[in-house]
Structure formats: structure tokens, C-alpha cells
Design a protein around this ligand. Sequence first.
Ligand code: GLC
Length: 397
Amino acid sequence: MDDAERALAEAERVLRQNWREGEAAGVPYAYTEPSPGRYPWQWYWDSCFAAIVNRRFEGDRARAELESLLAAQRPDGFIGHTIFWGRRVSGFRRAFYNVATRTARQTESIQPPLLAWAWRIAVGDPAAEARIGAQADWLLANRDLEGDGLLWIVQPDESGLDASPKFEPVWGRRANARPGFPLLVRRNHRLGFSARRVRERGGPVLCETLVNTLWSLSLRALGQPSATPALVERLWDERRGAFVDWAEPGQVRPEALTWDALAPLALPDLPEEIGRRLVEEHLLNEEEFLTPVAPPSVSASEPSYEPGGSRGPIRRYWRGPTWVNSAWLVWLGLRRLGYEEAATRLADGVIGAVEREGLREYYDPRTGAGLGARDFAWSALVAELAEPDPAATRSHL
Ligand code: GLC
């Protein structure tokens, strides 16, 4: 076996091992635990990534996993960030989890909405499943605060990039993993997690790049007008050659350069000259994102770059190490734009790290040392790098 075959085998092993099925209050569920023990519940975007890879090994499970998200959907179309199948959110976690009540079945917060895109890749036409369209309608009705088709979030963790340094100018001491975070959760709870109410009460609310990149991919998958032109219009910063979030009130544009500034590379309809700037000025820049295992979640040029993972009792995610979902999303852009050699180098870096360390939650970008949780499901996306699926690459990726 070569490295690529071993990475594929490891992806399959972990997805099989982390598979859970059951029934809660009469509703059957089935999903991939992100990491056994550490993350027991169903996380929305983790499930989308797991389903994308599982189409290779267990097509029925890919569908069942996404259908479990739909089984948790509220009548108004909303689907939460985390679904607490089986066991409820426990003890001290309630201060950090965005739940309405102690017995809630899911959070009141969202995660990047890539369900329609994942469905397109793993199952079929999302427009044929009315509940997927209903989630998109909920998002437009509740999170498109300015009517241009872009979504706004009310907490850092709604982006999936919990403690990224880019959130500090926006939420300050109330950002994830900072001491005031439970206060942010409490305040948003009081406001019913309504982005409109949060904004009316002085915010902050954030138009965030990764959420809107995955949202645009989902709209395209649904056959609806793409959000990419609006994303470029609002978040593309011509001077920096990167995408920069936008917070209100006060039009705050966070300065820290983080990998998600390059995430729109995954968009097939991203204007080519923008894609080339992202690649040539940042992704292939050794001072920023071109590390042996790339791309680091924070540019190596940032003072906040912590490539070895954060130290101390509180886990602070997305502050330097490389995550496999990020590598895959920017790799899609490298392939599309014809940077074949760079795409191969990036894939080889990740495949090598997985080969040596197994599926870890994230990796040291300098050495590939495995960090964070073990047997981490979405790192199975290494399969997409190890054995690119030509059909998927052509039609929806
Ligand atoms: C961490 C990550 C988040 C992920 C969750 C479960 O909170 O930041 O993106 O969904 O773990 O894996």
C-alpha cells in the first residue's frame, strides 16, 4: 500500500468506527460521531463532511446521516449547530452551548450551511428534497440582514471557526474561549438567538466569509442564484487581495489574516483574477500559508499564530494548526485554476501527516504532528485528496 491507499483505508476505518444509530423520543437517527468520547453528538457541518466522504464507502449511511439533520429540523425550517440525540447537554457545558432549555434537543445557533452542497455531492439533487429548501428559506428570512443574499452570524462558533483570532476585534472578551463567552451566550439566549434583535440591541453581528462561501455553494447546488457576486461585492478587499469579514455596528473589518480569507477558492464561480491573487499572494506564500502541511488556520505572518496548538486549560481552536476540511476547500480552487503542482504538494503534505499520525482533529503545519482529538471524522476528507473523484470534481465541486 502507498500513502494514499493507507490514508483512504484510515478514512474508511474511522467512519465505520464512529458510526452511531439509535432512536430518541421515537425519532430514528444515524450519524458519525466527530470523535468518540470527546464529541458525542451530531454536529451539523461535521455531518456534512462525513457524509461527503461516506458516499465512497457506505452510500446509504451518507444519506442517513444527512437525513438525521433533516429529522431534527424545526417546523419553521431551522436546523441547529449541534443535535443532542440520545443524551442531553450536560452540566457545565450548558454555559457554553446555545440551548434554549436544559432538555433542548438541539442548539439555537447555526453552523455553516453546506447541507445542500453535501447532499448534491453525496446523495443527489437537493431541490428534490423540500426540507433542504426550507432550511435555506429559514436562513434567508432570519439571517440575510441586508437583503443582498449574504448571511450574518451572532457568535463566533456559528462559523465553525470557534476561537479564530479574527473574532477578537468583533467580540473582544466575549469571543469563544475568552472569559466573557458565557455572557455572550446568555445575552443571545435572552434575545432568542434572533440576529435581527441582536442587531437592534447594538450587535455585534458578522457577515463572515466561510459561512457565506459554503452558503453560496449550497445555493448553487439548489439551482438558486449564487451568492458569490454579493460575497465579492461586500467582502473582497482589493488592497489586501483577500476576503475580509464585515461586522456591524461600525463596519468593523478584522485585520488578522486567517485561512478562511482564501476559502472562496472553493467557489466555481469565483472570478478567476481573484482566485489567482488568493493563490499567488497568499496560499503559495511561504511567509503566510505555504507550510509543509498547509494551509495553517492562521497565517504564519500573524503575531497570534500558534502552530503547536493552544496551551492552557481552555482549548482554543483555529489559532494556527491545519485542519483537513480547510485543506480540501482550498485544494478545490488550486485544481480548478490549474495549479496542479501546488495542488499535489498540498495533498501530499496532508496525506503524509495522516499516514504518520492517523486522523487527528488538526495538525502542526510545520511538522504534521497530530493534535487535538483522535479518530476525528471529518479528517476523512483526506480521501478526497488521496483519490480525487473525477465525476464529483467536474459536476459539483
Ligand atoms: C470544534 C470545532 C467545530 C466543530 C466541533 C465538533 O468546536 O471548532 O468546527 O464542529 O468542534 O467537531
